[in-house]
Design a protein around this ligand. Structure first.
Ligand code: NAP
Ligand code: GLV
Length: 313
């Protein structure tokens, strides 16, 4: 059995060592060293266009992340870019849900407890009590109640916040008021104090965080984007922050990454920027999950996380 790996940073050694341990029956090779050779499985993150095109040898393509937009976007360049009939399998949690819940909860609590305001006061040597926000007025909406969003929503509900979730199809999560589909969008957004985006990037969700949406949130709402930069119309967020409609934002993902030095977000103190770290791919967890799925496939068993190519996630 042969596994062909592609990681954009070219740091293959730990991956090859990890797969050698988790799946000793497999030979693990890099894409660069094995171009044109057949393999049984590809394990990739944002692969180049010529890696998968026309392949008839692969039994599955494993994506080293939860979001598969980096693979599916290849179809925009060439409709034949993906191997026909080969399942694309995404990471299913693999240690990301806990990281996302930590990241989002810390951003919510920082805003809820006014810690940025106190930090600014401390900078000015000012000792001053600020009116606290009321938990019961602080409704939080999570867009995308899937693997990651469900864990985020449950964690926030555990802090006693009123939490709403929005998905494509109806989802029941204990302690979370569910909305779904186009009809559920307006009531989901209505009056939210915090909006968290953890949707996959698809043609339906691109640019979903825009001025029209911000106008439906409570005045002075807070926006947290941990999904993809292409979900956000960046100029609309800046305008909404400058107008006071949005109080601030925590952004982990951007249209251009790294965020260019001249980008106006860097100059806006109400926008907190992190470099796409809200849920990192954990190597050991990911290798263990992929090795388990390869074993299941070889035993003819079903696996979770197979991407629906029509739906786009
Ligand atoms: P998932 O399990 O597939 O969940 C996706 C959720 O979004 C589902 O609830 C789905 O609805 C909903 N959804 C999809 N399209 C929709 C639409 N048009 N309208 C309403 N709801 C829609 O995905 P996941 O594992 O939670 O990951 C979500 C995303 O997080 C990834 O795609 C990736 O972009 C991002 N991510 C970012 C980082 C980071 O470090 N920043 C790390 C990991 C992942 P249904 O439940 O009805 O299907
Ligand atoms: C990271 O962004 C992922 O999709 O896993």
């Amino acid at each position: 059995m042969k596994l062909q790996l592609y990681v954009p940073d070219g740091r293959y050694d730990p991956w090859i060592a990890g797969f050698a341990e988790a799946l000793p029956e497999a030979q693990c090779v890099t894409w660069e060293d094995s171009r044109g050779e057949p393999a049984d499985y590809a394990v990739v993150w944002r692969p180049p266009i010529d890696m998968l095109r026309g392949r008839t040898d692969l039994k599955a393509v494993f994506n080293l992340g939860a979001g598969v937009d980096g693979i599916l976007r290849l179809r925009d360049e060439d409709p034949q870019a993906l191997p026909a009939g080969v399942p694309i399998v995404r990471l299913d949690d693999a240690g990301m849900a806990a990281q996302m819940a930590e990241y989002v909860t810390s951003a919510v609590l920082r805003y809820f407890r006014r810690l940025d305001d106190y930090a600014a006061q401390a900078q000015a040597g000012k000792w001053k009590f600020l009116k606290p926000h009321r938990r019961e007025d602080f409704t939080i909406g999570v867009m995308g109640i899937g693997t990651l969003g469900t864990h985020i929503a449950r964690t926030l509900a555990g802090f006693g916040f009123p939490v709403r979730g929005w998905s494509r199809t109806a989802r029941a999560v204990e302690g979370v008021v569910g909305f779904h589909g186009d009809a559920g969008r307006a009531p989901f957004l209505d009056g939210l104090r915090v909006l968290v985006n953890v949707l996959p990037l698809t043609p339906q969700t691109e640019n979903i965080l825009n001025g029209e949406l911000f106008g439906k949130l409570a005045q002075g709402a807070y926006v947290i984007n941990v999904a993809r930069g292409q979900h956000l119309v960046e100029a609309d967020l800046l305008a909404a922050v400058q107008a006071g409609q949005v109080a601030g934002a925590t952004l982990d993902v951007f249209r251009a990454e790294p965020l260019p030095a001249e980008h106006p977000f860097w100059q806006e103190p109400r926008i907190t920027i992190t470099p796409h770290i809200s849920a990192l791919t954990l190597r050991e967890d990911s290798i263990a999950q992929i090795a388990g799925k390869i074993r299941a496939l070889r035993a003819g068993q079903p696996i979770a996380g197979v991407v629906d190519l029509q739906r786009g996630y």
